[in-house]
Write a new protein. Sequence first.
Length: 257
Amino acid sequence: MIDTGLSGSVVLVTGAAGGIGAAIARAFAAQGAKVAVHHLATPPRSPRGVRWEHVFPEAEDAHALAAELGGIAVAADLSEADAPRRLFEAVGERLGPVRVLVNNAAHCESPDTVDALTADGLERHYRVNAIAPALLTAELARRAPEEGACVVNVSTDAARAFPGQIGYGTSKAALEAFTRAAALDLASSGIRVNAVAPGPVQTGWIGPEAIEEVRAIVPLGRVGEPDDIADAVVFLASRQARWVTGQVLQVAGGHAL
């Protein structure tokens, strides 16, 4: 049996109340980690004419998951500039210093095409998808235990070019660039920074009629599941990946190669 070296580690997973984030939280708990489940206290109200492209799990979901895993639930709006500091303080007070940070929370909205771009829409995407992960990583670097700290960012395999999702795609491309730069900046501190880039993953957004269409464009012939991503994240945080940093691991069944 492989020992990931994660038992007893404090792991903070953002956007962990449901979907991929919840699968990641469960995967770390299965390794004996102490997991902090981040969530939004109250789902934000979308501006007129804008539709959020994701489901906001209820706070109750986060607390139920935390209870299931023996961890804690912590609320923060990552679009707020001081949220990373407050989040790390809350986790540190209750569980101890964060050793593993998983930047999974993301913002996605529609319309997000070039002809529909607005300054506010771009700012919403970048605040949650690029700025917050950068500031959270900075907090980890300032507060991390002496050995073994790491960051795993969750991007998308469409970050290189995502037509129809300009704000979302470009903010994820920025996150991947940050991953590489931060890995080099923090290497001397022993902090590793990597990312996973998921392909089409079923978290409730792929309808029955679209399943076959997705299967047709994924070389391995199936839609992804949250556990597919969670297992890759755990690997990048484990001692088995101790000499891996600055990498973006595509977890997509060969999609978008």
